[in-house]
Write a protein that binds this ligand. Structure first.
Ligand SMILES: *Cc1c(COP(=O)(O)O)cnc(C)c1O
Length: 411
């Protein structure tokens, strides 16, 4: 990056500093991952110079012969990876992708069923401060207090009572598999459109480690930068009859020109996810999450729903006498990144909730195995119960540095 160093040494140094933080820190934020250098090279390319409003073969700008090939490749690879009938690869990120779907298939005020935010849902699934909750009439379903799981019979009850135009299944903080087939049956019973948002688990689905909603659902959105390990961005997949409306919803409905450098990087990430080693990765992500959750439970932590089927877990810190924020802060001190999280039926405030959300997508990319994940759980515990003791924290910081050296990030 010698040009950047010459032109803007300040930004250059900040990027170096961030690279150092990533190299010697343990990344447990469930929505994060490390892309390959190949993906980053596609992103940092001349494709960023192009305008290409429209779609392959139907652009509003000239000079798009190459861009058409790039976008078509991203489309073809995404179709192969997920087995979808149609895909739009242009969404800039997850929230705009969801916005485009709502715009395409709903009228303002239409009723949609979505999982409540503090029960594991996402802002764009109808939270009152988000455009989704402002423009559409979201009715939220919840997890059960005892089990921490979604009870499909309760979802059916809500659906029968509310008769929504759309049923949305998907989450940002739920550690169990969703029963896609059952969601579809319930939607059919009330004549609702089915939409899945697989942003968190797309990589596990692509890696054939968990079930896919694509065979059942009308529309499936996903970000490309979480377990899928691509650039920041998103795609919208759908059944053929929805293709035209979805494409129009995204452009010209929601966005202007696509980010062609990002779409190229999506194509590269799909290629990587099509390789057999990505299936091994996806399975290892889950094994590591289960090892980490198992050790934390052994150490007396409560995991919401009692474990995990995917890459993430929400840990209730109450039994250790600390809040989610306090845990996040002490872990940050020793180089572990996490995100505080509400737990279902939380009595604490969202800025200082009871839980912490952990995920294993990033550490698995750098080669952590189950033993390493158990060690990370042990480090977390020792930090949380340390009461901020500087000697303990310094020793833990060293243990983490050693773990990171064992698994270099961009070796
Ligand atoms: C992360 C996430 C999104 C939003 O993604 P952004 O790219 O941050 O806008 C949407 N839905 C779900 C379920 C997510 O987890």
């Amino acid at each position: 990056m010698s040009s950047l160093l010459n032109t803007d040494p300040t930004i250059f140094k900040l990027i170096e500093k961030e690279a150092e933080r990533q190299e010697f820190g343990i990344e447990l934020i469930a929505s994060e991952n490390y892309t390959s250098k190949a993906v980053m090279e596609a992103m940092g390319s001349v494709l960023t110079n192009k305008y290409s409003e429209g779609y392959v073969g139907k652009r509003y700008y000239g000079g798009n012969e190459v861009i058409d090939e790039v976008e078509q490749l991203a489309i073809d690879r995404c179709k192969e990876l997920f087995g979808c009938e149609h895909v739009n690869v242009q969404p800039l990120s997850g929230s705009p992708a969801n916005a485009a779907v709502y715009l395409a298939l709903l009228q303002p005020g239409d009723k949609v069923l979505g999982l409540k935010l503090d029960h594991g849902g996402h802002l764009s699934h109808g939270h009152p401060v988000n455009f989704s909750g402002i423009l559409y009439n979201f009715v939220q379903y919840e997890v059960e207090k005892e089990s921490g799981r979604i009870d499909m019979e309760k979802v059916r009850e809500v659906a029968l009572r509310e008769k929504p135009k759309m049923i949305l299944a998907g989450f940002s903080a739920y550690s169990r598999n969703l029963d896609w087939k059952r969601f579809k049956e319930i939607a059919d019973e009330v004549g609702a459109i089915t939409m899945a948002d697989i942003s968190h688990v797309a990589g596990l689905i692509a890696g054939k480690a968990i079930d896919s909603p694509v065979p059942y659902f009308d529309v499936v959105t996903t970000t490309t930068h979480k377990t899928l390990r691509g650039p920041r961005g998103a795609v919208i997949m759908c059944k053929a009859p929805f293709a035209k409306a979805i494409d129009r919803g995204l452009f010209p409905g929601m966005q202007g020109g696509p980010h062609d450098h990002i779409n190229a990087a999506k194509a590269t990430a799909f290629l990587e996810a099509l390789r057999p080693d990505f299936q091994v990765y996806a399975k290892n992500v889950i094994k590591n999450a289960q090892a980490m959750a198992g050790e934390l439970m052994r150490l007396g932590y409560k995991i919401i729903s009692g474990g995990t089927d995917n890459h993430l877990m929400v840990v209730d810190m109450t039994s250790k006498g600390v809040s989610g924020k306090e845990a996040e802060v002490v872990l940050e001190k020793i180089g572990i990144s996490t995100s505080r999280s509400t737990i279902p039926f939380d009595t604490r405030k969202p800025m200082d909730p009871s839980g912490v959300r952990l995920g294993t997508a990033a550490i698995t990319t750098r080669g952590f195995d189950e033993a390493d994940s158990v060690q990370v759980a042990s480090i977390i515990d020792r930090a949380v119960v340390s009461k901020g003791d500087e000697t303990v924290l310094a020793a833990l910081r060293e243990e983490i540095t050693a773990l990171c050296r064992k698994h270099p990030l961009y070796a």
